[in-house]
Write a protein that binds this ligand. Structure first.
Ligand SMILES: Cc1cc2nc3c(=O)[nH]c(=O)nc-3n(C[C@H](O)[C@H](O)[C@H](O)COP(=O)(O)OP(=O)(O)OC[C@H]3O[C@@H](n4cnc5c(N)ncnc54)[C@H](O)[C@@H]3O)c2cc1C
Length: 461
């Protein structure tokens, strides 16, 4: 009988090992802790929560709540154990972290088909199927070896992400569609020499960007708020790493703002080559939004990588004209994060395109969060087990939250790929337009749960 090797005993690794073992396949799960630890883990337990103790909403009108239900239907290990160790958290599922991780460890160690080895993997073994689930803080030697498989250009070590908003939360009476005339877009962090005063342009056909235009007083109030907003706290080591990112990749928007009142207007908020069709003038400054998924439901703020606290991001960025009611599906971050460019290198069933039998799982695929990582672990474990059993790889239907996450990983433009969590914006729209947001979420949720239930029946594992 074939066996599977899983490297990494975090959220994805334990779910992958469990999913395979539930299908009768033997698994060796290799975890480096406690022999070697990461900058944020504190114990040798499997599936340790490194920060918040929340798995987010339980509500079935929330994409995260639906993802949980889909995972339960697919035999998740962590969710029943989370329920046993839950602590009061309103509509969210939060856990008492230590007993939770201990119970996960006990369940994995007690499973007859799973052997746990405690050692650091420094080179990828030749074992197939192999599941790599080493997470955002993958140890360096192994990360370098993974880069050998994916190509160094397809493996990132840092994440510098701008916030993403839902299209239907934008005020389109303020926002206009246009691309910069005669210039590339994304003119971020260029200097005053790029300014060419007096340039006004009519909106273009094929205009790919949404533009939020500022009057001078709006811009100055926004700049002031950005300068005064509170940054998220960081650990010493992370701070040094973040400084490297600023140097190598991009400066956070709040740092740019602190350099002076005009820096943003000459940089990421440069209005050059744009004319507001409502005024017929070039705005004083502009925030551009770039489409992030094929359906056009998600839009990212161009050049707005930030380390502000999430509440502060919501407060300050809602001062942008047109974003006053914006719903943020993800906030900006700049942190250490090892992840592959999945749209370039991954097949929908989590197997590397060019390396048959090697599966990627968890945050290293470009999903974000405990829950999402665990969910991708289930798919990798399921498909590795199917390979052992001579079956084709499968992916949940696109209308499910898990299926949408899988599709986001392989279907996004690889040039603008950035990690994603579960949200309704990645789930395809309903066939008819529903204005009421709660009703829309309810219908999407019903559809997702119906389709995952049917899919599970068809799996016949
Ligand atoms: C500072 C920080 C704060 C975060 N806060 C939150 C939060 O509040 N909420 C949230 O939902 N998510 C948060 N995340 C993200 C969350 O930690 C991840 O989404 C989740 O843990 C990813 O699961 P994973 O299984 O992919 O990786 P992990 O859970 O990190 O598991 C990977 C495992 O692989 C092991 N490993 C690594 N390299 C090797 C190797 N070479 N050999 C053997 N084993 C190895 C590690 O020890 C680890 O146990 C945070 C992440 C960080 C770094």
């Amino acid at each position: 009988m074939g066996e599977i090797t899983v490297i990494g005993g975090g959220f994805a690794g334990v779910e992958a090992a469990w999913a395979a073992a539930q299908r009768g396949v033997k698994v060796t799960l290799v975890e480096m802790r406690p022999e070697r630890t990461t900058a944020v883990h504190k114990t040798g337990d499997l599936a340790e929560l490194v920060c918040s103790n929340s798995f987010k909403s339980n509500l079935l009108t929330n994409a995260s709540g639906v993802l949980k239900e889909e995972m339960r239907l697919l035999g998740s290990l962590i969710l029943p154990i989370a329920a046993r160790n839950s602590v009061p958290a309103g509509e969210a599922l939060a856990v008492d972290r230590e007993p939770f991780a201990r119970d996960i460890t006990t369940a994995i160690e007690a499973c007859k088909l799973i052997t746990v080895e405690r050692r650091e993997v420094t080179e990828l073994p030749a074992d197939r199927p192999l599941i790599i689930a080493t997470g955002p803080l993958t140890a360096t030697d192994l990360a370098n070896d993974i880069a050998r498989l994916t190509g160094t250009e397809s493996l990132s070590f840092f994440d510098a992400v701008a916030p993403t908003v839902l299209a239907d939360s934008l005020d389109m009476s303020r926002v206009f569609r246009a691309s910069r005339r005669g210039r590339g877009n994304d003119l971020v962090q260029s200097g005053p020499e790029d300014e060419s005063p007096g340039c006004t342009t009519p909106p273009q056909e094929n205009a790919d960007y949404l533009n939020c235009p500022f009057e001078k007083d709006e811009y100055l109030a926004f700049w002031q708020a950005l300068c005064e907003a509170e940054k998220a706290p960081v650990h010493g080591e992370e701070d040094n790493q973040a400084k490297m990112v600023f140097f190598e990749m991009c400066v956070p928007v709040e740092e740019l703002a602190r350099r002076g009142p005009r820096t943003l207007a000459f940089g990421p908020m440069k209005p050059i080559g744009l004319e507001d069709p409502r005024t017929g003038r070039r705005p004083y400054a502009v925030v551009q939004l770039r489409q992030e998924n094929r359906e056009g439901t998600l839009w990212g703020l161009v050049g707005f990588q930030t380390r502000l606290k999430w509440g502060e991001q919501r407060r300050v960025l809602r001062m942008i004209p047109g974003l006053q009611n914006a719903e943020f599906v993800r906030y900006g971050v700049i942190h250490r994060n090892t992840y592959i460019n999945s749209p370039k290198v991954l097949l929908p069933g989590c197997e590397l395109r060019k390396v048959p039998g090697v599966f990627m799982a968890g945050q290293i695929t470009g999903v974000e969060g405990y829950l999402e990582s665990a969910a991708i672990g289930i798919i990798a474990g399921l498909n590795a087990a199917r390979m052992v059993n001579g079956k084709e790889a499968v992916v949940p239907p696109t209308n499910t939250v898990l299926g949408s996450l899988c599709r986001y990983l392989v279907d996004t433009d690889p040039h603008h790929f950035s990690p994603m969590n579960s949200n309704w914006g990645i789930v395809p729209e309903l066939p008819t337009t529903i204005k009421d947001k709660r009703e829309k979420a309810r219908l999407k949720s019903e559809r997702a749960l119906r389709e995952i239930t049917e899919w599970r029946t068809q799996l016949q594992d």
